[in-house]
Design a binder for this molecule. Sequence first.
Ligand code: FAD
Ligand code: SF4
Length: 510
Amino acid sequence: MKTLRLILGDQLNIQHSWFSQVDPDVTYVMMEIRAETDYVLHHAQKIIAIFAAMRAFKEKLISLGHQVIYYPIDNPDNQHDFEKNIRSLISQLGVTRLEMQYPDEVRVDEVFHNMAASLPIETNIVDSEHFITQRDEATKFFGTRKWLMESFYRHLRNKHQVLMANDKPVGGAWNFDKENRKAWRGKPPAPEDWRDTHDHHALWQSIQAQGVNSFGEASADDFRWPLNRDEALQQLDYFLNHVLMHFGDYQDAMSKHQSRMFHALISFSLNVKLISPMEVISRTEQIWKEQSLPLPAVEGFIRQILGWREYIRGYYWRHAKQLQQVNFFQHQQPLPKWFWTGNTKMACLNNCIQDSLKNAYAHHIQRLMVIGNFGLLAGINPQSLHEWYLGIYIDAFEWVEMPNTLGMSQFADGGMLASKPYVSSANYIDKMSDYCQGCHYHKNLKISDSDQAACPFNSLYWNFYMRHADKLQKNVRLSIVYQQIRKMDDAQKNSIQQQAQIYLDNLENL
Ligand SMILES: Cc1cc2nc3c(=O)[nH]c(=O)nc-3n(C[C@H](O)[C@H](O)[C@H](O)COP(=O)(O)OP(=O)(O)OC[C@H]3O[C@@H](n4cnc5c(N)ncnc54)[C@H](O)[C@@H]3O)c2cc1C
Ligand code: SF4
């Protein structure tokens, strides 16, 4: 029996049991196809990073003795379609069986199922052996109960005995978030970028020569995303040994002087499966014990991976089909053009978007409390915003990006993921960053006066809650907001709404 095994660009898991022994009857196939570069407009670094890591993975497999067929993007035999390439190989090689690993996205799941139904050979799908939970584990865990990340996280801590002692959470609490909300004022110094650079100039030229559209800086000569598992592990270890100690304190902090802050930069390595979530957690626990690192930093970091990442995946497989349509607030504003340039007078958005264009990266609070916050307050169409997030970030794969954007950030699912919208006025952004200093807009003003323009976040914030009172005012977590609105007189409300409308009518020029 001649078996063909298909490896996708986000299935670069060399520890998968497939690769534990060399089998002369098995050939692996990997493809750089236009269907994958073009399903949304991608940041140049994302395309380069995935192809470069795929090529390195192919070399690794060959060095281990495996047989690999690789379709580079510019190979004339490449038909840029999984099924077409596989059909050619079936006839060329006399393949009798196709094996695949479960993909992480509904879109690719459907391609696989269609192939399995239509190909004239036996097919089999196996686990990707990456995640800590199964696709339906969160759905089974919650049953008819309200979904809550914290409950799933505690369940997984217990189940896998992570940060547990005698069946109790170490340190006597499950969560130390109250201690994790400091602003950063330049000290401790934020680390220099610890990642090695690569030169992917030739690869980038061949991608461009094929006419692939993209945006953002390619940085092909000075490229920092990891190519392979060894590099991914080195980068992780540097973070754990030198940076993690400050992760907790400053995980919500933002600065125009340092966009990465104390974050791990491992989402690309994790999402293409160069490293696994459980090994990140085990290494973190080990280093915590060896170096007596602060528990709030360690717990906060582990919660992102064991809690949020697995919970988001479970949520995706429960709601993915629905999410493709959701728009709870019926927001229809188009994405302002400056989302593609960062050219806005709002210093916070200018910084976060320009950093994203430069690095294909922004940390969680920049994505949630600056860009997403503005999107929701300005009534941007959530599905357009979803496509933008899916294209721009190095780690963006639908299973993780879509719930974060449509659920957590835009509340477009009506509150299935988040218990209240993540929005704020300038107050929060000013507290957690240095963006407001020197901004064209004044952080303390709701309404512009003859001297100064008011921060758009302020009027848009109150306007958002007034506009959507029918949908939100019964939410107990928003009772204080609506109490404050009830205390405003009509003149106050009118002037806020008028100011907000001026901004909404001029989104392109903010
Ligand atoms: C609107 C929006 C869109 C997002 N899109 C993506 C995306 O496409 N891909 C992606 O991996 N993450 C996404 N996130 C989550 C988070 O912002 C990134 O995982 C994180 O910024 C990656 O950087 P890091 O590795 O330095 O993370 P750190 O802050 O150092 O955290 C460590 C790891 O925890 C995991 N993690 C943390 N928060 C989340 C979360 N909310 N959901 C899932 N995993 C999490 C990631 O694997 C991350 O690498 C999004 C968040 C928002 C608000
Ligand atoms: S004043 Fe407003 S627009 Fe300017 S940086 Fe602060 S929050 Fe952003």
